[in-house]
Design a protein around this ligand. Structure first.
Ligand SMILES: [Zn+2]
Length: 482
């Protein structure tokens, strides 16, 4: 009886099936408003089909739904679907005792819709390289991780966990080591690295086909670093410096020892010139050098007198060891005189005003936070949304801000073939939002679901993820309590 019923049922199914048999997939997201970030437009009423880690089809809902049979159907309910977010400047560090606290940050990124991060070097390069592989192979939950590995520095730098180089042979050995580590890019900073070795490292990395980013020595101009091959400027300060009329003279005076750093900075603060800046930024755009402004981190430090952040709810997600690393910058800021505080505020305004000029000149702006350790109250996860809000506040359109966090990162890594848009063949890294981010960038915070490498995390899953992070931090706090 049952058997004959079943066969009658399958017969009925066979007759009702359209001429073209449905193709099989894992997930279908129905009735979504797909955001075309590059085109700054909304495509309502779409269905998006996922198989494994790929998007396999996108199109009008009825048409796609008739053609595809998916194991799981997500009702988009007219919500807005964007490509996964990328934070292009994060850090992991604070010493070996904080390995687990750093690892716990990974879920904060995912819970906030961030599906890829670029680690711009800290003092745990070996662990971060391990995490990259573990995430790739599915053994560790976390966003796609790109890393510079250990950064290149001079001898006895202020930073820990670096590759210290004192001559050209040292640079070559460091680059060889990074090549063996299969790093995703090379970070070079200048606390003690000499300017000639800085330029040498940039050009040798370029010859080796490695992308570079870093902090540019005061004794060099930004143009010199560009000519040597730097591919991104980290922190808007360097873009600002390139817009100073007397930049070359200041660099030369500093290099010759005629002025100290304080005097160089004073002259930089006074020398910004809009025409010089636009010309310099058009050059950045022409040479395809991207800028990661990291506005939020600077703003937090510059305005600690206004907001000390001690009551931030988000501190519940940050381990006690990582919170302790915040003290360094907080104590330094606390020593400032009223004049210094006023100067800090003014300096932030100067730096932030550079952002719309970069956009006007056609420079690709990459969203990055500088979150992780040391950078006080600059929070992994939510920090990227704060960064995007600042971009709009300073004059970018919501679409431009959204592009900085979805397309600029893949573009920098040469991976727009795979990321940055919602279409067949792209990675199934997506964020479903309750509101339209093209109307109000704050919509990126209203996360209904995150799809990471094809795995769907709905709101309840994300809340569980956050809850677990908070409970873990509470346990660490309890251990530390006397
Ligand atoms: Zn940084």
């Amino acid at each position: 009886m049952l058997k004959s019923l079943l066969s009658a049922f399958s017969l009925a199914l066979a007759f009702s099936t359209p001429a073209i048999a449905a193709e099989r997939a894992d997930v279908i997201i129905r009735h979504a408003a797909v955001i075309d970030v590059a085109g700054a437009r909304v495509l309502p009423g779409q269905a998006v089909v996922l198989r494994g880690e790929d998007i396999v089809a996108v199109g009008p809902d009825a048409e796609i739904a008739a053609r595809w049979q998916a194991g799981r159907s997500i009702e988009g309910g007219g919500r807005f679907l964007i490509p996964g977010l990328w934070d292009m400047h994060v850090h992991f560090g604070g010493g070996p005792a904080l390995i687990e606290e750093n690892k716990a940050l990974l879920s904060l990124y995912v819970a906030h819709g961030i599906t890829s991060i670029r680690d711009a070097s800290g003092d745990l390069p070996v662990q971060v390289l391990e995490w990259r592989e573990a995430i790739r192979s599915g053994k560790l939950a976390g966003p796609q991780l790109f890393t510079s590995g250990a950064k290149i520095e001079g001898i006895r730098p202020v930073w820990k966990g670096t590759l210290e180089v004192g001559d050209e042979a040292g640079v070559d050995a460091a680059l060889e080591r990074l090549r063996r580590d299969r790093v995703d890019f090379v970070k070079i900073t200048d606390s003690t690295l000499t300017p000639p070795l800085f330029l040498y490292a940039l050009s040798r990395a370029r010859e080796a086909g490695l992308r570079t980013s870093g902090h540019i020595p005061m004794a060099l101009t930004v143009a010199q670093a560009m000519d040597a091959g730097i591919r991104s400027l980290e922190h808007i300060d360097y873009a600002y410096k390139a817009g100073v009329k007397g930049e070359a003279a200041i660099a030369a005076d500093f290099a010759a020892g005629r002025i100290d750093r304080a005097e160089a900075n004073r002259r930089l603060r006074e020398g910004f010139d809009r025409q010089t800046a636009l010309a310099a930024y058009r050059n950045l755009a022409a040479k395809d050098v991207f800028v990661t402004p990291t506005l939020n981190g600077g703003r937090i430090i510059d305005f600690l007198d206004v907001d000390d952040h001690l009551d931030d709810d988000y501190l519940a997600y940050i381990g006690p060891g990582l919170r302790a690393t915040y003290a360094w910058r907080v104590e330094r800021a606390a020593k400032a005189t009223p004049e210094q505080i006023a100067a800090r505020h003014a300096h932030y305004r100067q730096l932030a005003a550079v952002l719309p000029l970069l956009q006007e000149a056609g420079v690709t702006i990459m969203a990055g936070t500088d979150a992780g350790f040391l950078n006080s109250y600059n929070y992994p996860g939510i920090g990227l949304h704060d960064e995007l809000s600042l971009y709009v506040k300073e004059g970018l359109t919501p679409a431009q801000a959204l592009a900085s966090a979805t397309r600029a990162g893949p573009d920098w890594f040469g991976r727009l073939d795979r990321y940055g848009a919602i279409e067949a063949g792209k990675a199934a890294d997506l964020v479903l939002l309750d509101a339209n981010p093209l109307e109000d960038i704050r919509a990126t915070r209203a996360i209904h679901a995150v799809v990471l490498r094809g795995a769907v995390h709905e709101r309840a899953d994300l809340d569980r993820m956050l809850d677990q992070a908070r409970r873990q931090v509470a346990a660490w706090n309890a251990q530390r309590a006397p």
